[in-house]
Every structure is written in C-alpha cells, then in structure tokens.
Design a protein around this ligand. Structure first.
Ligand SMILES: [Zn+2]
Ligand SMILES: [Zn+2]
Ligand SMILES: [Zn+2]
Length: 227
C-alpha cells in the first residue's frame, strides 16, 4: 500500500486531476484508475492477514488429540477441531460461548427421496438440517434443510416425493424443492393464497436443464464444513 503515499503516485494523480480540469480526461476514468488498484490491494491484504483463531482447552469429541478452536463464519462463531482438515468435528457454541452438546439425532417422518430410507434431523453450527439414514454407512449422501410439511407442487408423485425446505439467500428466506437441481420449483411464500403454482412442463424442463448445467460447472460448496 506504500504506493499511495509515494510522491510519484501523488504527482501522477495531480497530473491526472489537472487533466480533468482541462477536459483531457474523464473524471470517472481517473477515479476508476486510482481506486480500482487500491481496492485490489486492500482486499488482498485483508485475505492474507492471518485468520484470528482462539484455541480453547476443550478436547475434540471425535479425535484423539484435537482441541476445539473458535472459528468464525459469516453466520457467527462455532467450534472446529484443531486437526482440521484431518478431523472435521464441528460443534455449535451456546450463547455463553460454551460448546453446545450435540443433540441426539432425532428421527423424522420424511422418507429420503433418493433411496427411500428414513431420515434424521441433526443440529449443526448453522442450525438444524435433515439427512438420510444411509449417510452414516455412506450409502446415500442426501442432506437438506428442514422440510416445512408441504409437498412440492411440481414433483409430489410417490417416486419423487418432493418436499419444500426453507432456504435463505441474500434476498431473504424462500422455499425450494429438496430435489434441486432435478426440480427447480421455489416460492417466496408458502401461504395457501400466495404459494407459487406449478409451472407448465416445458418451462420446468428448461429450468431443470439450466440448473443441472449450473451445478456441474460450480464445484459443490461445502458450506457446513468451512468458515
Ligand atoms: Zn478432532
Ligand atoms: Zn437416502
Ligand atoms: Zn419438486
């Protein structure tokens, strides 16, 4: 960042400001040429700063010699094992800053849409989620948010068993089918009067193809695992 106090930089900038005054340069071009590199430097300095981590004396519950470290995500703080990535143990924090004891997984009445096994509700650092019973045995990796007890209007046939789950985006909460990307149905409201109707088959198929392309291109983000 030293560049910004260096004399050549200042005089160059003054030269360009003079350029604006006599109409040689566009104001916005000058501003952009100065600020864009500045923000690039600023962002990379921020990324390279060592991540502040607070190590606790709480032993990891899943490996032999790990200790929990307080880690930050944009959702708040949680505990992660010091042996990450070898050990991926995560624990939510209570409001008092203590590790929350993991709740016993709770059986749910939903049936896994991929393998028809039962499902369980678990609690992770970002709240509750639902996963397939077959996950522990690595038979099926289905995992999703908590269903809201409303079948998907576009794929509620028995073999697809679509259910709406609550999701959140930068724009707020919405409800989407747990069969995404195979089903792209989503709605902002699940109130009977405002829930979005099923789309015509052609429209669904086009959206499905697009969503599958998109998931192929983008490597799956493992949001639950990393800060
Ligand atoms: Zn561990
Ligand atoms: Zn399953
Ligand atoms: Zn669906």
């Amino acid at each position: 960042m030293n560049r910004y106090v260096a004399i050549p930089f200042t005089s160059e900038l003054e030269g360009r400001l003079d350029g604006i005054a006599n109409g040689e340069h566009q104001y916005s071009d000058v501003v952009r040429s100065v600020w864009e590199p500045f923000f690039d430097d600023y962002n990379s300095a921020k990324e390279n700063a060592p991540k502040q981590q607070k190590i606790t004396d709480i032993p990891c519950e899943e490996c032999e010699n790990g200790l929990y470290i307080v880690r930050r995500s944009r959702h708040g703080e949680f505990l992660g094992c010091s042996n990450y990535p070898e050990c991926k143990s995560l624990r939510p924090l209570t409001e008092e800053g203590e590790p929350a004891t993991p709740e016993e997984p709770e059986a749910s009445h939903y049936i896994c849409p991929r393998c028809a096994k039962g499902t369980i509700i678990k609690t992770g650092p970002y709240g509750q989620y639902l996963e397939c019973d077959g996950r522990a045995a690595k038979d099926c990796d289905f995992r999703t948010g908590i269903p809201v007890d409303i079948s998907c209007p576009e794929c509620d046939e028995e073999d697809k068993n679509g259910q709406l789950v609550e999701r959140s985006s930068r724009r707020g909460t919405f409800y989407a089918c747990w069969n995404y990307p195979d089903c792209t149905y989503n709605t902002n409201s699940i109130e009977p009067a405002n829930i979005k109707e099923a789309r015509p088959p052609e429209e669904r198929e086009a959206a499905r193809k697009k969503a599958i392309e998109r998931t192929k291109k983008r490597p799956k983000r493992r949001t639950r695992r990393r800060s």
